[in-house]
Design a protein around this ligand. Structure first.
Ligand SMILES: [Zn+2]
Ligand SMILES: [Zn+2]
Length: 257
């Protein structure tokens, strides 16, 4: 939702860049990946990275066709995500780039693309001492939460997740002692009762998870599309009053661990 009322917190759909030394990891390919792509194109190539997709809802994949580095030969990306029913993860992404939805089929992009289908609960070794752990999200059509671990530093990416299901226990384990929890705070506590079952959460639940897991910083993520900067600022002030190490995610925000 980019526009004059979302300039502070940003209006793009989910995309988070993680850098560990020379390694590039991207969490989700929402519209935010377009700006990330432009930034990466300024760096000396070739560009290689691992892209983890939480689930195939539009807001998490719709930026991929506009990710410039995928169009350049010599670049390579490994994409990880879940299949759905009989449809493989690769097919889920491919079919979004087919006529009449998009003029360039995924097979014709210049970069080498490798697809790995994963399931919640899987652990992946990415090399260079980087481990990625996963857990299932409580969300319509499912989804995956990720923990990226390097040495004694870690961050957890928990979005499109609704609290209060039997999946909470696995998630709590995933987030145990993490330095940074990026958490779905789509609804306010006042809004939530009307939207139970929509697969999103609140900052209060994020804070509860953070405390139970003994985690460090909290970043509120996946702001409701209708939320404007003014409302976001009020929301952020509320969470900071409860927990000074909390912030609302904003476009271009950088956090060093
Ligand atoms: Zn979703
Ligand atoms: Zn979403």
């Amino acid at each position: 939702m980019p526009g004059p009322e979302t300039v502070v917190y940003g209006g793009n759909t989910p995309c988070v860049e993680v850098r560990i030394g020379k390694r590039l990891i991207i969490l989700d390919a929402g519209t935010g990946i377009t700006n990330l792509g432009s930034k990466l194109m300024q760096e000396p190539g070739p560009i290689c990275g691992d892209i983890f997709i939480t689930h195939a809802h539009w807001d998490h994949i719709q930026g991929f066709p506009f990710f410039q580095p995928a169009f350049r030969e010599g670049n390579s990306f490994s994409l990880y995500g879940e299949g759905k029913g009989n449809i493989s993860f690769a097919a889920l992404i491919k079919r979004t780039m087919r006529h009449p939805h998009f003029p360039v089929p995924l097979e014709n992009l210049g970069a080498a693309l490798y697809f790995t289908e994963i399931e919640p609960g899987d652990t992946l070794e990415l090399g260079d001492g980087i481990t990625v752990q996963t857990a299932a999200n409580n969300h319509p059509d499912g989804g995956i939460s990720y923990r990226i671990q390097y040495g004694n530093k870690s961050c957890c990416y928990v979005t499109d997740y609704e609290h209060g299901s039997e999946k909470a226990q696995e998630l709590l384990k995933l987030c145990n002692g993490t330095d940074l929890l990026i958490y779905d705070a789509f609804f306010t506590a006042a809004e939530y009762p009307r939207y139970q079952g929509w697969g999103h959460s609140t900052w209060e639940e994020g804070l509860a998870l953070l405390e139970a897991a003994g985690a460090g910083r909290l970043i509120l993520f996946h702001h409701k599309p209708e939320r404007r900067d003014e409302e976001m600022a009020a929301l952020e002030a509320s969470v900071i009053s409860q927990y000074p190490m909390a912030r609302a995610a904003r476009e271009g925000m950088v956090i060093s661990l």
